[in-house]
Ligand binder design. Structure first.
Ligand code: IMP
Length: 181
């Protein structure tokens, strides 16, 4: 039985697969020397990470960081906290942050400042989705899967209140359905 058929598909699994393949090729070209260190932001970016690393033609190491998210709400508070830190030292490494979506940009800005204090050799960001219409700070991912309009999306790792991460397509949750149960 098809899961959550009632939600509108914004980006299909086939489109995602195609774009992640392209991103993998682009990143592999840019980092063909040395070993890339991927810092994945839990939990929304794990599905993207899993597909991305299998589309890279270069050796990589991975680590995870968790930051405070919206909780049950869909609005960013602007206050970011590290909930789980990295296990490895990134000093002198070429670091690529793997993020699910950039919305206001507040989380990413905080995270980049935090990681830069650890003195990586370089720091870039790969975000599957970008919602530039809601940006509050000037920040732009170096690699972006899709630019999307101002709507709340779920699936392919992205959640609403902990649900829908398992959907293979990226789907839109309408404003009236964004009510915490
Ligand atoms: P920002 O700090 O406003 O850029 O928020 C970034 C984080 O908010 C993302 O990493 C997601 O966890 C969450 N987020 C923002 N927009 C969406 C959405 O449309 N669906 C699911 N999560 C979202």
């Amino acid at each position: 039985m098809e899961k959550n058929n009632n939600l509108e598909v914004l980006i299909s699994r086939a489109e995602i697969a195609e774009r992640v393949k392209e991103l993998g090729a682009e990143i592999s070209r840019d980092y063909h020397e040395g070993k890339l260190f991927l810092v994945t932001v839990l939990k929304g970016a794990v599905v993207f990470l899993a597909d991305l690393i299998r589309n890279l033609q270069i050796p990589v190491e991975i680590d995870f960081i968790a930051v405070s998210s919206y909780g049950g709400s869909t609005k960013s508070s602007g206050i970011v906290r590290i909930l789980k830190d990295l296990d490895y030292n990134i000093k002198g490494r070429d670091v690529l942050v793997v993020e699910d979506i950039v919305d206001t940009g507040l989380t990413l800005q905080y995270l980049c400042e935090y990681l830069l204090r650890r003195q990586p050799q370089s720091l870039r960001v790969a975000a599957l989705l970008d919602k530039p219409g809601r940006r509050k700070v000037e920040i732009k991912p170096d690699y972006c899967g899709f630019t999307i309009p101002d709507c709340f999306v779920v699936g392919y790792g992205l959640d609403f209140d902990g649900d829908y991460r398992y959907l293979a397509d990226i789907k839109i949750i309408k404003e009236e359905d964004l009510v915490k149960t």
